[in-house]
Design a protein around this ligand. Sequence first.
Ligand SMILES: Cc1ncc(COP(=O)(O)O)c(C=O)c1O
Length: 448
Amino acid sequence: MTFGSRLPDLRIPPPGPASRALADRLRAVESRNVTHLADDWPIFWESAAGANVRDADGNVYVDLCAGFGVALLGHSHPAVSAAIADQALRLTHGMGDVHPPSIRVELLERLRDLSPWPDARAVLASTGSEAVEIALKTAQLATGHPGVLAFEGGYHGLTMGSLATTARSTFRRPFVRRLYRGVAFAPYPLAGPRGATSMTLALEFVRRALRDGAPNGDPIGAVIVEPVQGRAGARVAPAGFMAEVSALAAEAGALVIADEILTGMGRCGAMLASTRVGLKPDLVCVGKALGAGLPLSACVGRRAVMDAWPESDGEAVHTSTFLGHPLACAAALAALDRYGPESVLTRAEALGESLRTRLATRLSGVPGVGEVRGLGLLLGIELVSGDRSALPAGAAARVAVAALREGVIVLPAGDVGQVVELTPSVALTDEQADYAVEALVKAIAAPA
Ligand SMILES: Cc1ncc(COP(=O)(O)O)c(C=O)c1O
């Protein structure tokens, strides 16, 4: 079996000596905040293809994360790699907002075509957080209102503007005095037995915030929301919620920013997950899978909104050195040729549904397991404590370590690390998926 479609092959229990040695060297040179280094974590990646990763010790894994959702097509997709190599021989860097690389035009045309607006305009950037910054700035320019309505559990990035709208206190607390205070956080209701009640309460909050403004009194010009919450643990809102939020925002003259950085490009079975959940955005942020492995993001909106930016007179109000980087544009164009066709969307939906139902069946009645949920290839296994009185903080990290020992890479998510998050690639074969389901069941059942 070729590397990419292989089942795990562990030569040595991970992390092996080569990964451990690299961890020691990393500890000596990287800020201690960045990488969690422990006896059982992490492995150091050497190569990756399709749904496989090979570590520094030669161990082969099945990757159910696709590198934070980036490798939706699979790692090192041959067409993407060839496009990058070809572009690298011609032009690796242009002059952003001054003398643009020609390939940027082609990419912007493709983004317009996949957006809901025939007259769409976009700003390119490198990271998801930057795309969110651009969307927030755009909304303020277009409405004159700086206030933002965001949602509990929401993750929109860690730069100061985006962090102000990210709900998680771990990220906010150290910088709270620098954060913009004009953000109201509404509850994010969950589909399920209590969905209707939690949706009513959340909508009441949204209505009130749009009427009364943010906690600091600023009127609200933007509602930022993930169509399906990712880092909060694949949280899907009840049917009708997103449409209602969109209608309330429109009524109040606020713009809806769909943060599709994780959900976009087909992960949830549609090019934009907004269309699947009834969200009607004015601005869409995309990133991660857009660059298919190279850093690329974009804020896209309809012309009337994006034209709130002044015309450049030679000094762009918002730009960056690597904006529209030619290599990233080339990777994105090659990836977009593959995302577009129905086959990727259909595979994302079918594989996601099959993983979700099989995991739900196999984990039904297993102590410590709550819901298995998600949309398309954004899935979460919620872990619960015995009497459900408290969230089992850190439980998903323990599962991630146990899964690694089975040769499967997963990520912890959820407010307190209580959700095992799966964002696999469409390259995951049925055989790899079968293996991964059983490995996860075993990892979850493993003693803490
Ligand atoms: C929904 C969402 N928004 C924004 C971001 C931030 O993107 P980046 O880490 O590229 O800045 C992420 C990253 O995980 C995300 O999932």
